[in-house]
Design a binder for this molecule. Structure first.
Ligand SMILES: C[S@@+](CC[C@H](N)C(=O)[O-])C[C@H]1O[C@@H](n2cnc3c(N)ncnc32)[C@H](O)[C@@H]1O
Length: 227
C-alpha cells in the first residue's frame, strides 16, 4: 500500500463520523448501535437514509445538504473511498452525516428491523454473469436484507449505467415489490419526471456517474417500495 493510502487509513481511524464494522467471522455479531443509531450516533430522532456502495459519498453529502432534517449514512468497505466523503463532512461540519465501513452483506447486523427510512444504491458494480449473481446488490439475497431493515413504505432507489443490471433488477424487483419509477434513460426524461424529485435525480452526480455521462452512456433509474 502506498504512503498516501496509509495516511488516509490512519486518518480514517481518527474520524468521529466513521464507524467500522468489518468483521470477517461467519456469524457477524450485531453492532452495539443496532436499533438506536438516531439516538446514539446522531443525537436526534430523525429518519435514517443509507447510500450503499457510496464510494466517495457524493450522494450522501448532497442529500444531507438538501435535507438537514434527516440522518445520512454512506456505506462502503473501501476505506480510502470513504475517507473522501468523511473528510468533507467533517470539514463542512455536517452533523447529520456518517460513514460506515462494512460489507453490505452485513447490513442487517448494523441496522434493526424498521430502522431505516430510505436506501439509495448508486452505480453498483453490475457483477454480470450467472456465477456472480449472488454478489449483485439487487439480487434476492440482498433485497431481503433491505426489506428487513426498511420501514413500511420506505423507498429504494437504484441508479446505474448498466442496462444489463437495470433489466435484471427490474425483473427481480417487479416479482416481489412495487415499482414506482423505471427508466433506461433518466436524462432523456422530461423535466417533470418524478415531480419534485427530478432535480435530485439529475443534479446529484457521483464520481462514477460523471465518468459514464462523459462517455455518453445513458443512466438508468429504478424506484420501488416493498409494499
Ligand atoms: C462502481 S463504485 C460506485 C461508487 C459510487 N457510488 C459512485 O457512484 O461513484 C461501487 C462501490 O461499491 C463498493 N462495494 C461493492 N460491493 C460492496 C459490498 N458488498 N459492500 C460494501 N461496498 C461495496 C465498492 O467498494 C465501490 O466503492
Amino acid at each position: 500500500m502506498g504512503k498516501y493510502k496509509l495516511r488516509q487509513f490512519a486518518e480514517l481511524d481518527t474520524f468521529s463520523n466513521v464507524v467500522h464494522h468489518l468483521q470477517t467471522a461467519k456469524d457477524v455479531p450485531d453492532h452495539p448501535n443496532k436499533g438506536k443509531w438516531s439516538e446514539v450516533f446522531y443525537n436526534n430522532d430523525h429518519d435514517i437514509i443509507l447510500e450503499l456502495g457510496c464510494g466517495k459519498g457524493e450522494y450522501t453529502l448532497a442529500l444531507a445538504r438538501c435535507f438537514p432534517e434527516a440522518n445520512f449514512m454512506g456505506v462502503d468497505f473501501k476505506g480510502n473511498r470513504l475517507w473522501r466523503g468523511a473528510k468533507t463532512a467533517l470539514e463542512e461540519k455536517y452533523n447529520n452525516v456518517g460513514f460506515l465501513r462494512t460489507k453490505i452483506q452485513n447490513i442487517d447486523t448494523v441496522f434493526d428491523k424498521n430502522e431505516v427510512s430510505e436506501i439509495w444504491i448508486t452505480f453498483p458494480d453490475p457483477m454480470l454473469g450467472d456465477r456472480r449473481e449472488k454478489h449483485r446488490l439487487t439480487s434476492p439475497g440482498f433485497l431481503s436484507r433491505y426489506k428487513n431493515i426498511l420501514k413500511s413504505g420506505g423507498k429504494m432507489h437504484l441508479k446505474t449505467d448498466s442496462r444489463e443490471l437495470y433489466d435484471y433488477s427490474y425483473e427481480v424487483i417487479n416479482e416481489q415489490a412495487v415499482v414506482h419509477a423505471a427508466t433506461s434513460n433518466l436524462y432523456k426524461e422530461s423535466n417533470g419526471y418524478m415531480g419534485n424529485n427530478h432535480d435530485l435525480l439529475i443534479s446529484v452526480q457521483t464520481y462514477y456517474e460523471q465518468k459514464y455521462l462523459a462517455a455518453g452512456k445513458p443512466i438508468c433509474y429504478l424506484q420501488w417500495t416493498f409494499e
